[in-house]
Design a protein. Structure first.
Length: 226
């Protein structure tokens, strides 16, 4: 669809409804296609610091979102700038300095919401629930943008509670310590045992298996030649 076709479609919809009409896309698109600005009632932009061409670190994500919003407000004066999509993944691969994690997601989301409250702008977070099906399109990270997990439907970071990237660290630490105890116990028992001298029957069994192995190897070579 060309820019002119899209603008015509938006205007056609506006003649048939009484609610405000907008178009949503990544912020760079709006700067490349300014004609759409005249057709909409307000501008809806997507700002995803993790997916930027030059990924933004979590500690700079909120400032980046606010800077882009202000840049768009200057480019398109007189109309509201709504952030249609923004957020941070809680798991997945790292893109340069952009690290998905529970703590980073909590930090980015809370800082963006604080800015929205202070500067009085509207924002939609992506997204309510994790969507595992997105992993096929975006890799592991695609399934972990939700504020709620997809299994227990539980909030990932309830207010007032400590947030950890390893919520089961106590269980994992206990299992690791138990395994360490077993390894050292096995080592101690081994040191206490007396050296064992193989019996004649053991040597005969080893020789028998060795001769049988050579016989099978020769048979395989003959089969390959045939």
């Amino acid at each position: 669809m060309t820019t002119n076709d899209l603008a015509a479609t938006i205007r056609s919809v506006k003649t048939q409804v009484t609610v405000p009409i907008t178009y949503a896309d990544v912020w760079e698109y709006w700067l490349r296609n300014r004609e759409i600005y005249d057709a909409v009632d307000f501008v809806t932009i997507h700002i995803l610091p993790y997916w930027e061409d030059f990924p933004i670190r979590a500690k700079f994500a909120a400032a980046h979102v606010d800077a882009i919003r202000q840049q768009m407000a200057v480019a398109f004066p007189g109309k509201e700038i709504l952030i249609g999509e923004t957020g941070w993944p809680s798991e997945g691969r790292m893109r340069e300095g952009a690290l998905p994690s529970r703590t980073n997601q909590a930090r980015v989301v809370s800082e963006i919401l604080l800015l929205a409250k202070q500067e009085n702008f509207r924002v939609n977070l992506i997204e309510a629930y994790d969507q595992p099906w997105k992993r096929q399109l975006e890799g592991t990270v695609g399934g972990y943008w939700g504020l709620f997990d997809s299994v227990q439907r539980a909030l990932k970071y309830p207010p007032g509670q400590t947030i950890s990237n390893f919520p089961f660290w106590k269980l994992q630490m206990g299992c690791g310590m138990g395994l360490s105890v077993l390894v050292f116990a096995a080592a101690a028992l081994t040191l206490r045992r007396r050296p064992w001298t193989p019996r004649l029957s053991s040597w005969l069994a080893v020789c028998s298996f060795r001769d049988r192995g050579r016989h099978l190897a020769r048979r395989r070579r003959r089969q390959v030649v045939l």
